[in-house]
Design a protein around this ligand. Structure first.
Ligand SMILES: [Fe+2]
Length: 242
């Protein structure tokens, strides 16, 4: 599927239009004006409006999109039960990823973006960002850990498109927590504003919140004064400074 990223607001909200042939789906359609204008210019029919989760800053464009198009609203709960949406000749899949919020889901699709080289890509919403993870608003850290493990089971080259651009902030945090990280400068240089993304491989090199198997963070984690002998405990300890 083809992908276009849209931006909205001070929190760097990112929304997406995915399409195959003439059929499109808006995921977290945060910029309804731009999305409908783009769809019209490209001759696309927005068939569905869906979301990675139902926080206001992700769903506030839904109403406009549903009014201005013939699209059907597929809530995260519906998406979880149907699992697959057919878009043109391709499909958008989803799996539950609770933790940031109860209804959080992650989408999976075959990505035509040249950089993704035909691999599958994920829309992770506020579950996984470039360089960090989301707030665990459910307070169920074990569930969030399981959801992140599900994401990280995808192949390393899998591309990730997140729900916010907080790149400057997250790279600043990594710089502070892990100043000797040999991949950080290269990671910073990989920033592309027009279509911000990352990969699982990149995140496993820099993102301190998912590197629970990386011994180079052991000293920092030990300094937090929390248990850190299992992968989950190392995740939980890092979340105390999130
Ligand atoms: Fe959120």
């Amino acid at each position: 599927m083809k992908i276009k990223q849209f931006r909205y607001g001070n929190e760097g909200n990112l929304g997406y239009l995915l399409w195959s042939g003439r059929e499109a789906v808006a995921v977290d359609g945060v910029a309804p004006d731009e999305i409908t204008a783009f769809a019209e210019a490209e001759g696309l029919e927005v068939k569905y409006v869906t979301n990675t989760h139902e926080h206001r800053d992700h769903i506030h464009g839904n109403e406009d999109l549903l009014t201005r198009t013939d699209a059907v609203n597929i809530t995260p709960d519906i998406m979880c039960s149907i699992k697959v949406l057919k878009i043109g000749s391709e499909q958008l899949e989803a799996f539950p990823a609770p933790g940031h919020s109860e209804e959080s889901i992650v989408f999976y699709f075959n990505d035509d973006n040249a950089e993704s080289q035909g691999n599958g890509s994920l829309l992770t919403g506020d579950t996984l960002f470039n360089g960090t993870v989301g707030n665990c608003y459910t307070k169920d850290y074990e569930l969030y850990f399981e959801s992140l493990q599900k994401v990280l089971r995808f192949p390393p080259e899998t591309r990730i498109y997140a729900g916010h651009d907080i790149f400057d902030y997250t790279t600043g945090v990594i710089q502070r927590i892990d100043p000797d990280n040999p991949y950080l400068n290269q990671y910073k240089a990989s920033y592309v504003r027009e279509l911000l993304s990352t990969t699982i491989a990149q995140e496993l090199r820099v993102n301190p919140f998912i590197r629970w198997d990386d011994p180079s963070l052991d000293t920092y984690r030990a300094s937090l004064g929390m248990p850190h002998s299992t992968p989950y405990e190392r995740f939980r300890a890092m979340m105390s400074v999130h």
